[in-house]
Design a protein around this ligand. Structure first.
Ligand SMILES: NC(=O)c1ccc[n+]([C@@H]2O[C@H](COP(=O)([O-])OP(=O)(O)OC[C@H]3O[C@@H](n4cnc5c(N)ncnc54)[C@H](O)[C@@H]3O)[C@@H](O)[C@H]2O)c1
Length: 267
């Protein structure tokens, strides 16, 4: 993929990891990072999807790589960092994107359900960030960590997402505290609180949540009620904000939670 002149948004030569980068928001972020000049490792639970994503991004092993990973396992953080260093010689950016949003009312959920949501959405990002930051400190050239949170980490959107909301609320506060700790090392830590985004995951969720699954348009229309901009985001509308936060254009931002929700929280 040819790199454009991205000016203050250029990521030329930077090395990045995107968890859950095989589809949805993660794939959109991986695509824009590559376009802005970064080399990207896609670490994804579904290996076949990760390999296919790397092919869609041009397949050049100097620019894109993949590995099978379950972010819920705490050792995955160090394994992802090692793979990125092996592929690209270092690490400048971690995007903690992989996440799940299964639905269960708080009165009915099991401890196993709760633990899995927390393990993937909160514990995973925490230990991936720890491993990434250790490497970045060793390299001595700063770095960036971007956590994909959710408006649900700030304000609940629906019954059934109590575990999810707890996990994303945790991501929001982890982002802020880690930013404080890593600031002296020049490592900037920010989060994106996304609103409704039309992805493979949300289409599946809307289908199982009782909304009319007949067409993607119908589910998207149902989900966009209460969004002042009148529609869900497309994944690229989250990805361009991630590029901004990864770039020199955001050199003075850390500990921030950027809400990208089409106005949902003010609606
Ligand atoms: N789509 C939305 O409306 C929305 C809104 C706010 C926040 N988010 C957050 O954005 C992130 C991405 O959401 P999406 O809608 O693109 O999801 P998606 O389900 O469309 O894609 C998720 C990707 O992550 C991978 N993945 C899932 N569990 C994993 C694990 N344990 N380890 C590694 N990879 C794993 C999947 O294989 C898939 O490639 C999530 O953290 C989600 O909570 C999404």
């Amino acid at each position: 993929m040819k790199t454009a002149n991205w000016g203050p948004y250029s990521l030329d030569g930077k090395s990045a990891i995107v968890t859950g980068g095989a589809m949805g928001i993660g794939f959109a972020i991986a695509s824009r990072l590559v376009e802005a000049g970064a080399n990207v490792l896609i670490a994804n639970f579904n290996a076949a999807a990760a390999e296919a994503a790397v092919q869609r991004l041009g397949g050049d092993p100097k620019r894109v790589a993949w590995m099978q990973a379950d972010v819920a396992a705490h050792e995955t953080g160090a394994a992802m960092v090692a793979r990125a260093v092996e592929a690209f010689g270092g690490l400048d950016l971690l995007v903690n994107n992989a996440g799940i949003y299964p639905i269960a009312p708080a009165l009915e959920m099991t401890p196993e359900f709760f633990d899995r949501v927390i393990a993937v959405n909160l514990r995973g990002p925490v230990f991936a960030a720890q491993a990434a930051a250790r490497r970045m400190i060793e390299q001595g050239r700063g770095g960036r960590i971007i956590n994909i949170a959710s408006v649900d980490g700030i304000h609940p959107s629906m019954v059934g997402l109590a575990a999810y909301d707890a996990s994303k609320g945790g991501v929001v506060m982890f982002t802020k505290n880690l930013a404080l700790e890593l600031a002296p090392h020049g490592i900037l830590v920010n989060a994106i609180a996304a609103g409704g985004v039309d992805t493979e995951g949300t289409r599946k969720m809307q289908g199982t949540a009782g909304a009319d699954p007949a067409t993607a348009a119908a589910t998207a229309a149902a989900a966009s009620i209460g969004i002042p901009l009148g529609r869900m985001a497309n994944p690229d509308e989250i990805a361009t904000v991630a590029v901004f936060l990864a770039s020199p254009a955001a050199n003075y931002m850390t500990g921030e939670v950027v809400v990208v929700d089409g106005g949902m929280l003010i609606g």
